[in-house]
Ligand binder design. Structure first.
Ligand SMILES: Nc1ncnc2c1ncn2[C@@H]1O[C@H](COP(=O)(O)OP(=O)(O)OP(=O)(O)O)[C@@H](O)[C@H]1O
Ligand SMILES: [Mg+2]
Length: 223
């Protein structure tokens, strides 16, 4: 599903990623943990093609993304990768429904179908009643679930989440985590989740430990 080989990245004289090799399989829920500054966000951004590595290869769903031109890459990213960030990053002037529709519209879905699919997705996530609300009129947990609906709308190969529950209280946090695993069960959705939450990490199939720009082992969690 995702293969990273020999990924390095520096910002000025600071080498943040020092040679990352990592494979993510379809249907896996993988967590990435490590101290602040270890390079987790940088790695996720590179995995999501939002940033480019200095060296190394990224193959996503059989496509070597380094070879795509900017326009192709933007279309590929919109279709194949869903993002969930710590702060929802919904567009404030649009309703929940419109926020979820936007990636579908960019992907070429007609307005009518995008609306229908977005309505179904919001209903699936228990947000049917919130569809016409703007982000400011939603709770923190609801905003994150709308962000998940937006990430899912194009049926991406993978959802990349950077501390998705980092700004939520305990109950909303647990609900969001349950949702990830439900999406894996029902849709076979693949996830890579950067988290400081040890409970979440221990629930994932595999935890990658990133320290100082290197993978320092991984743990699996059989149940
Ligand atoms: N655009 C940038 N320009 C310069 N330095 C950067 C940039 N992005 C990240 N860094 C530096 O790279 C290092 C790794 O940052 P990164 O955001 O990947 O860490 P992280 O593991 O996600 O940390 P946290 O847990 O605090 O989110 C840090 O020292 C950071 O200051
Ligand atoms: Mg980070």
């Amino acid at each position: 599903m995702i293969q990273l080989e020999g990924i390095t990245k520096s910002f000025g004289s600071l080498q943040v990623l020092k040679g990352i090799d990592l494979t993510i399989n379809k249907g896996e829920v993988v967590s990435i943990v490590g101290p602040s500054g270890a390079g987790k966000t940088t790695l996720l951004q590179i995995m999501g093609t939002l940033d480019k590595p200095d060296a190394g290869r990224i193959v996503l769903n059989h496509v070597e993304v380094n070879r795509l031109k900017d326009k192709e890459l933007a279309a590929f990213r919109n279709k194949e990768i869903g993002f969930v960030f710590q702060f929802h990053q919904l567009l404030p002037e649009f309703t929940a429904l419109e926020n979820v529709m936007i990636p579908a519209l960019i992907n070429g879905t007609s307005g009518r179908n995008a609306r229908k699919e977005a309505e179904e997705m919001l209903a699936f996530l228990g947000l049917a009643e919130r569809a016409s609300h703007k982000p400011a009129e939603l709770s923190g947990g609801e905003k994150q679930r709308v962000a998940v609906a937006r990430a899912l709308i194009n049926h991406p190969s993978v959802i990349l989440a950077d501390e998705p529950s980092g700004s939520l209280d305990t109950q909303n946090k647990e609900e969001l985590h349950r949702l990830f695993f439900e999406l894996r069960e029902k849709l076979g959705q693949t996830f890579v989740i950067v988290t400081h939450d040890e409970t979440l990490a221990s629930q994932t199939d595999r935890t990658i430990h990133l320290i100082d720009g290197r993978i320092n082992g991984e743990s699996t969690h059989p149940f």
